[in-house]
Design a protein around this ligand. Structure first.
Ligand code: GRF
Length: 196
């Protein structure tokens, strides 16, 4: 059983999808051992607590530099003997030390079909606003490895979702989560845990 650490910043619906997948057997080769949030009082921490999983807050502002914040994240994951780190709606960019220590062991979910609408500044509703402004008829979600290039690591899984007439950033975000993110993230986790 591989040990999974999840990084969150918000509501944690992707975390919930991972927890549910561990319970229903979609994820059978790994288990979530720790959830780390870079923000206090986010609902994702409540979801961890409800599932009996440790929830920890590590805030950037508690450290003098990005390097120290990075080291704290890294030390925490090492102390829990984590095999795979999953960024599930984690809105911080991590540094080279962290990425280097866990090379090919950090994955992220992004709510578009990379290489469209990704990179620095494309997070949350901004991604869906950009997709609608461009007029794309198909968007979706991507699970990829995390490297020093934002949203630039090798793609693991993608799922397309059609844009519908009258979509707003909010309705598109919701459909992409339901039809793509909550499916491909647990599937990718199982495939990686089964193979490392
Ligand atoms: C998701 O759309 C995810 O793809 C993006 O941020 C959102 C997080 O949602 N990176 P949640 O916290 O998992 O509900």
């Amino acid at each position: 059983m591989k040990r999974i650490g999840v990084l969150v910043s918000g509501g944690g619906t992707n975390l919930q999808a991972i927890i549910d997948a561990c319970e229903n057997g979609t994820i059978k080769s790994g288990k979530v051992v720790t959830v780390v949030s870079n923000k206090k009082d986010v609902y994702a921490l409540e979801r961890a607590k409800n599932a009996g999983i440790e929830g920890v807050v590590i805030e950037k502002k508690s450290f003098d530099s990005l390097a120290e914040f990075d080291k704290a994240l890294c030390d925490h994951m090492k102390s829990r003997n984590v095999d795979l780190i999953v960024m599930a709606g984690f809105l911080c960019i991590v540094g080279d030390k962290f990425i280097g220590e866990f090379e090919n062991r950090i994955i992220n979910i992004h709510p578009s079909l990379i290489p469209s609408f990704c990179g620095a500044g494309f997070y949350g509703l901004k991604v869906h606003e950009a997709a609608l402004n461009y007029g794309v008829k198909v968007s979706g979600a991507t699970v990829h490895y995390v490297t020093g290039v934002v949203d630039g690591g090798k793609i693991i899984k993608q799922k397309a979702v059609y844009v519908q007439e009258g979509d707003t950033p909010e309705t598109l975000q919701k459909r992409i989560m339901e039809e793509a993110e909550w499916k491909i993230l647990p599937e990718a986790i199982e495939e990686i845990c089964a193979s490392i």
